[in-house]
Each structure stands twice: as C-alpha cells, then as structure tokens.
Design a protein. Sequence first.
Lengths: 284, 284, 284, 284
Amino acid sequence: MAGKPVIEIAFDTPRLEEKLLAKAVAAKGAELRLTNIKQNVFTLQKTSLDVCLVRCVSLYSAIHTAALREGAGVRSINSSESIFLAGDKVLTVSRLRSANLPIPRTAVGLNTRAAEKALEKVGLPAVDKPPIGSWGRLIALVRDIDDFKLVAEHREMLPSSYMKTHIIQEYIDLPNRDIRTIVIGEEVVGAIYRYRSSNDWRTNVALGGEPVQAFLNDELVEISLRAAKAVKGDVVSIDVFETTDGSYLVNEVNGVPEFKGLMKATGVNVPEKIIDYVIASTRR
Amino acid sequence: MAGKPVIEIAFDTPRLEEKLLAKAVAAKGAELRLTNIKQNVFTLQKTSLDVCLVRCVSLYSAIHTAALREGAGVRSINSSESIFLAGDKVLTVSRLRSANLPIPRTAVGLNTRAAEKALEKVGLPAVDKPPIGSWGRLIALVRDIDDFKLVAEHREMLPSSYMKTHIIQEYIDLPNRDIRTIVIGEEVVGAIYRYRSSNDWRTNVALGGEPVQAFLNDELVEISLRAAKAVKGDVVSIDVFETTDGSYLVNEVNGVPEFKGLMKATGVNVPEKIIDYVIASTRR
Amino acid sequence: MAGKPVIEIAFDTPRLEEKLLAKAVAAKGAELRLTNIKQNVFTLQKTSLDVCLVRCVSLYSAIHTAALREGAGVRSINSSESIFLAGDKVLTVSRLRSANLPIPRTAVGLNTRAAEKALEKVGLPAVDKPPIGSWGRLIALVRDIDDFKLVAEHREMLPSSYMKTHIIQEYIDLPNRDIRTIVIGEEVVGAIYRYRSSNDWRTNVALGGEPVQAFLNDELVEISLRAAKAVKGDVVSIDVFETTDGSYLVNEVNGVPEFKGLMKATGVNVPEKIIDYVIASTRR
Amino acid sequence: MAGKPVIEIAFDTPRLEEKLLAKAVAAKGAELRLTNIKQNVFTLQKTSLDVCLVRCVSLYSAIHTAALREGAGVRSINSSESIFLAGDKVLTVSRLRSANLPIPRTAVGLNTRAAEKALEKVGLPAVDKPPIGSWGRLIALVRDIDDFKLVAEHREMLPSSYMKTHIIQEYIDLPNRDIRTIVIGEEVVGAIYRYRSSNDWRTNVALGGEPVQAFLNDELVEISLRAAKAVKGDVVSIDVFETTDGSYLVNEVNGVPEFKGLMKATGVNVPEKIIDYVIASTRR
C-alpha cells in the first residue's frame, strides 16, 4: 500500500470511546473517515477504505456494517463473523466449549418446554440468559420454579423468536466482582475488577461500582487470548468469573468492547493500542 | 471411524422432506437420530453423533442447533456459519459480491433515512427486502415513493431492529419465472423454473405454479457452485434470475433448502444424494 | 318484535361453551347465526340480527366485534364498553374503586420508574400485573426488588406500550383458593372455589385443581352484582379473594366468561340461563 | 365548591399546547397541578383535584390516566370512555355510524383473510387503516391487490393483535385538503383546511403545508357537534372530508387534540376556551 492508510470508524451512537479512537487515528497520521451508519448508503462498490473499525452499539448494525464493508473488499475489525460469534451467546458458549475453555455448566433449550428440562439438568439456583442483550439486560437469576415461569412467560410474549431460546447456566457464587480483560491482537492490554452494586445481583450493570485495576497473571492472559481466538476476535473484551476455589470461568465476550472504565482504572491508552493494531493490519 | 455413522436429523416442523431424509439414512445403513429441537436439551457434552443434518424451518433455531452441535464436537451440515450467511440477506449479498458473482444492483440502508438514499441510488422501480424472511415474505415492489413510505412506516413498527435494515435492489424484469438449482457438495443435482402465479409479482410465493425442469448449462452450474462456496454451503439451493438479455444474476441462497418441488419436476432423488454426501463427510 | 329473535354467537376459537350456547339458542326456539369473526366482513349496514353474543377469546376481537355490531344497531352482550372495562385491569380497578367495592390495596405506575415508586407505596410482597392478559399470564409475585427488576426489564422489551403499565397490588395471603361467581343480569347463578395447584402460586392457572361448588352467601351475592354493575356487564364472571379475616376483595372481572368449570361443579345450566337472558333482552 | 378549583394537566411529552394550557389555568385564577404521568404513582385515593385535563400523547397512557383519576372521584376531560372511543378507529366509525353521521363507505376485517373480503366489498382504490395510530401513520392507499398484500404481510408481523384489524374505506378523491374543526363543549371554536404536501397522498402528515382558516358554515358546525357527541367528547378535534360534490364525510375524531395550527391560522385563543370550559365543568 502506498500513502496513508484510510481508516473508517463506523458508529451509530457516538460515545467518548469513538471520539478517542478518532483522535488516535489522526495522531498516528492515518486518514480518518467517520461514518454515521444511520445516514450512510452501503453500495458494495470498491472504496478507498483500507479498514473499517466497527463501533456500532446495535448488534445487528455492527454485523451488517462489517459484512457490507467486507463485501466491498474492505477489512473489518472485528470481522462480521467475529461480531456475530461474540454477540450471540449461544454461539459464544459453543465456540468457547469447542476450544476447551472453562465455562459455567450450561444447558440450552430452544423454547420454554426444552428450557424447563435444561433447568432440571443444571439445577437451582441458575442463571437464565437470552442469546442477545447487553449490559446484563434480561439476564435472570432463577432461584425457584416460579422465577423460571415468570421469565418464560415474558420471553414468550417477546416478538423475536430469538428470545425464545434460554441459555441456562449454573449460578456461580462470585466474590462480589468479576474480571474484564481487553485483548488486542495477540496482547492482553489490561484487566479490571467490576464490583457488584448493592442493589443488583449482577456485576455488569454495576451502577455506583468503580472499576478497579486487576492483576494479570499468566492464567488470565492465556484464557483471554484463547477466548478471543475462539470467537476470531481482533479487538474484544472478555468477562471472566473467578470462583471461590480460585479457578477461572469465561462468561462472555464482547465484539464491540467498551474500554472507558479500563482506561481510567489502569491508565492504559486503549484507543492508541487499538489504532496501532488497525494500522499494522493494513500492512499485512 | 468404526461401525455405522450416527446421523442426526434435527427439525422443528417435520415436513415430507425430513421424512424422506430419515428413510434415506436407514436405507444407507447409517444410524438415525431424529431430534425435535423443541423438546431437546443441548448440553454441549460429548455425544455419539457423527453429523447433524439441520432441517429447522426457524432460522434462529437452525443457527443455534448447528452451533450447539459444533460446540459438542459434531459436524453440522450446513455449518452454523453457512446457515447464517445464507439466512441473512445482507451477508449473502456481501459474500456473493466479494466472490465476484453477478447480483442485481444493490444498495443497503440500515434505517429508514439511509434506505431512502439507497432507493435514490438504485432508482425506481426497485425491490425492498428485509435481511431475514422466507417465501418472499415482506419483500416489496417499490414503484414510487408512496410504496417506499408504506414499507418503511411498517418496518419501523416492527419490534426487531433487524427489520429496520432495507436491502434495495434494482427490479429485474424477469421472463415470468426464476431458476432454482440445488447444490450438494461439488455437484449441482438439478434445476427448476419457478413460474410467477397470476396474482402476485413474486415468483417464490407461486401458489398454483408447478415447478418445471430447467436445463443445466455450464454457466448455471458454475454460478451455482460458486454461490454455494461463497456462503460456505454444503447443501444449499440457489435462486437465479435470468435477465432478458440472457445473463444470470444470483438472487438468494437457502441454507436449509426445500427440495420437494425439484424432486417432482426432475425425478432426481435429492434425499438420497444428500445422505450420501453426509455419510461421505464422516469418512474424511 | 314479530317472529323469532335472531341471535348471533360471534367467536374466534370455538370451545365447548360456544357449542352449548348454540344448542341453547336452538332449544329456546330462537334463530341462530354462528359467526366466525376471522372470516366475516363487518359492513356497519343494517342487519336482521337482534342480539350479538360476543364470545371471542381475543380481547381486541371481542371489543371490535361488539362495537361493529352496535354500530349496525344490534345490541351486543356484553357491550363493547363493558368488555373493555372488564378486559383492561386498570379500568376495572378504577371502576370497582369508584363504586366503593373492596379491592386489594393498589397503586399504578405507567412506566418502570413510576412502577418502582408504586411498589414502594404498596410494599413487599406484592403482585405486579399488566393491564391485559388472561389465565394469570404475566402476573408476577414480587418478593423483592430483584423480582421487580426482572419483570420491568422484560416488560420494557415488550413491543406494546400497554405492557409498560404496572398494576401493583398488595399480595393477599389466600387460603389456597379463590372464588369465582357468575352473574347473569340481576342474578348470581353460582359460585365455585378454584384451588391453587401445587406448583404455581396463582389460583387462576390451576392445572390439576378441580373446581368445587362454593356457598353463595348474601355478601358474596351483593358484591358480585355490584361488581358486574361497576363494569356495566350483562354476563360476567367475578373473581373474589376471601381474606384470612373472612372479608371479601374483588380481584378481577371477566367480560367473556368461561363457565364450563362452574357448570360441572354446581350443576347449573349456565348456557340456558345466558340464552334466556339474551332472548329476554330482545323484548325490552 | 368553596375556593379555587384545582385543575390537573396530565402529560407525558410536554408540548407548546400544554404550556399554553398551564398559563391559561393560572390566568383564570384556578390552581394548577402539572403531572408528568411518567413519574406519578396513581393510588386511587381521594385527592384534592377537581378536574384532570388529559394531554398524554400515548393513547394508552391517556386512557389509563383518565380512568385512574375517575376511579379516585375526579372528573376527567376527556373521559376515559371518550378517549377510547376516539382513539380506536373501529369504535369511532361504529359510533359515528350509529349516530347517522356521514362517513366514507367502510368495511372491517379482523384479520388478513377477512380484510381481503372487506376490500372486495369496498372496491379499489381504497384506504386501509389500523385501529390505532396518529398522524396518518400506517394508513395505506391501496391501489391494487399487491398493495394490499404488502400491507397485510407487514401487519401480520406486527406483534400487537390490534394491528391485525383492517379498516377498509373507499378512497375519497379530495380537493387537495381536508378540514379540521375543534369542538369545546357545545361550541365549534374554529376550522382550518389542511393541505396535502406535494410528496405524500395524506393530508394529515402534511410537512410543509400551512394550515389555513376555513369558513364554518352551519352544516360543518352541526356535523362537528354531532361527531363530538357520538364519541362523548368534551374537547375534541374532528377531521372532515369535503367531497367533490360538496358534501361532508366525518373521517376521524381526536380525543387529545392538537390545536397549535388552528390557533395560528384563526387567531382563536383555544387554550383559554378549553380552560374556561374545564372550570365551568367544576361548577356543575
């Protein structure tokens, strides 16, 4: 490639993260294209773009943007495949499992009846997740069969057939926090603890909880890199449970990772590292 | 592998096709597992299955079934990736385009505003499709801007954000029919014409229209095999437009293909050929 | 009126009840019109019908059928107004309250934030109901704030803005059963106990629970008649809670009442009594 | 009543209209209560309110607010019944018809199959409306059977069963405009023409179209008052079609009327007139 690499940042809702990424593109001497995908026509024609960094909050917009850029011969980071593998939790657990990564005991039912059987298999208490959803939304702690019925009746009313699938996992009794790491290419750039707030059992919706830097030991690094690879991710965050006996379980992977909290807690310049990786990818 | 291969047919709504496939498994001396995915618990544990042949009508159930089998180390035909690539038409057109296959002129808008611009790009009359949908459902012929507004207002009311994406394609003035071919591995096993019925502009919802055997020339064979490869399909059907100037355009690919009509029109024993392919795949 | 009264039974899903009502019309010498509203065109033109007995399971179909018959000058039993007042529980509690009938302590929030305040007002444990729904569906027992969040997150995902309204009521510690009475005009024709099944906290979804005849004392009769009047009902069922201190609370009213269970438990010929009332109404 | 009347203005989305109404309450020496219904707990307890003026944009919030105030003994303007009768167009046409008001030729089907028959009855071109919706949304001009299929397929995908009902009306060839009048109690306070914009066939979504004062003749006054009475409205707007032969047809009624355009075009102080009426109602 001759000249400056042309890097697109595709977004739907611009957040602090996207602004920092845009600044980093300029700082690195690359050419920036900011695309609001809500106003853009995708034509699948040849473009001058080298890479598209997909930063859409909406999962489907992220997948479609990545695919449409790939269709025009542009590399997408992450790839459409990776965004889908991380975005649909049925696919995520399947990939983590076939890569032999440790995950909570899991059973999946594709409708209410099958989910009730899956719950019997996993036992109580359990966690019941739909395949898609961010920030812990719709993830239910199932303490008894009344809880399950409540969840199942509501899920049946949801119009998307997607929501009829229940991922049932053993409830892991966490030490009040989970771990999030960020992977960029072959490097784990940092890790934080996310503490559970006092009025919610979930860590990922922690309201008042400040993120705190976590120590990155070899095991956490290895698990994070393998999890990123399992979903074919270039730039992803990994949510890890640390059980009371000190072992790790991979919980979820995010294909359009937020990194504001980790930057603040660790001082790592995440956007710079992402853009370095993106630019390097244009040279291969 | 020692002993008989164990083949699962996974379904949600058993149709004639699934019954014929089940018979073929028995006739070939393989061991059959029939799984109604509405009653099955998927545990991601090791199983005795060799291959899962995914025959679910629901796209999401098909993707999830394939992924969950893959997660347990079982080969899925088609793969979860392929079912998704064929099932989401944004991904299909992107893959067809990057494989240099001929497709109708296409522009995509990820919401109403962007879709209106996409329509301006493509021009009138146009066809407006959502990313997901079978049997031609929700595919609109847009003759003027009032048609587009009607479609867009309804799409905005649909709860799934998926449905906000509009795939706008030039309207191809077909000779009253389109072509469907079926690909199994490296072979195109047959082709049919599907005629438009008198009371609908779409060919794929033809009500009274009998399928008729079509001649498989070299170009059609080549295009079909390349389209199957573009979406990484083992067993797929390909919908092809034959334009008035005699050239071909690939319209859609189906990752859980129906084949009853083609069997009847051509006499080809499709289920036997599929099961031969499935069994052979266990030997590689 | 000269000649035989013409009585329409309008239904969407024919059940035993509709068949018994149709027989009773014939037995009484009236002329029967059976209308499947899924296949009927309503034109608002003059008709030969005298009364339409609305028996649609779908609430909206019931309201629309009643209104369209009224628009054509035909008396509807129940009236469209009454079906709506009984069908939307916000309206029901409002009418019961302004008629000074005893109801559980109730607070209503029209969205999640307001509902959380309503829950604080009522206290825990509480019952959280959406305005519309049959057979106890989506009615949640809220034991703590996690239960409430679970319900609220799911309700927010439901596409209908209707479902964002939460009716929060004190949880009444019932003696394992509630009471259902049936009112026809000025008469309470019977009462049953409905027992809670062992695996659900709700009485109205009792699976194995046989209905048992209940004694109709003066207070129950009076409350039932006043509740029917509060929603302007001709033929309704009334769900009553009997608290541990022996007093009654009106819970819900049903404007398209099922009566199979009450017939069986009490021996009362409910369909005959309904049709007698319907025919008498044509003479006024 | 002793002392100043206490008037509540209940809103969800405060617009200019609500601010003008609030000012008028103060100017008339009444006591104002502004209630954002998204943050309010409704308890059905006795209150100090005399009247609630319901100004919620959401139909269901408007109905529920009115009903909950009525349940606490407070007069609601409009009443919950009236807001529902005007808000659901099946009920509106039924009431207009039974009050012998002129309306476009109308047939109603409660699902797709019945709607197709209704369309045959009414003929082409026709207008196809769902029961609920504001600003002309989802109202379709049906020029041929392809248009109808497009509408019906989309409606079937909508999750609310409400949306399966089709109100089919003859298409009225208007002189490029329709008429809107505003009724307050027994008075028609003004009328405007609403012109169709150049890029939409509907008058009620006119984008650039300025409202223009219309002359209020006796017939228009009489029709407006009768239409308001048909839906039991205190304060409503009436949409009227003026056909090419000079006769009038009542199209719709709005139970939470916007009046900004009419104020501007006619100079009538609508908010003052509404508040005068509201205060007078507390004296009866």
